[in-house]
Design a protein around this ligand. Sequence first.
Ligand SMILES: Cc1cc2nc3c(=O)[nH]c(=O)nc-3n(C[C@H](O)[C@H](O)[C@H](O)COP(=O)(O)O)c2cc1C
Length: 125
Amino acid sequence: MAKLPAAILEAWTDREGPVVLTTVSPSGVPNSIYATCVATYEDEGVLVANNYFKKTLENLAGGGKATLLFLRKSGKSYQIKGSIEYFTQGPVFDHMKTWNPPQHPGRGVARLRAEQIYSGAEQLL
Ligand SMILES: Cc1cc2nc3c(=O)[nH]c(=O)nc-3n(C[C@H](O)[C@H](O)[C@H](O)COP(=O)(O)O)c2cc1C
């Protein structure tokens, strides 16, 4: 699995505002949500805590592909595309519990493993 390039890790720590996670239903309908309870995971992917997922959770049931879009403070945009998986136990779930704010339920966690990364039209991975 590809490691996240240094440029995206630097942009991630400098991001501003919520990220946008887009998943796809088994019949191909896209669904986008804002998320703030997020973290990188072992330099190879990004985690999004399931605090209030509904359609997102339905879409995650089938695995599949997703994108995560964010802005850094300069206004530059970054998009991570890849395969997404959902965990309700195990090391990825335990990792989420270390940073998800305790006032939110943290029912599970989605892991997006980067396969392609773009900043605007420029491909970084
Ligand atoms: C600014 C903002 C941040 C949010 N962050 C999260 C989050 O980190 N985790 C989460 O489960 N829901 C979060 N939500 C709620 C989701 O955006 C969304 O409303 C929820 O997943 C239900 O939508 P769905 O049915 O499309 O999944 C956030 C909402 C807003 C407006």
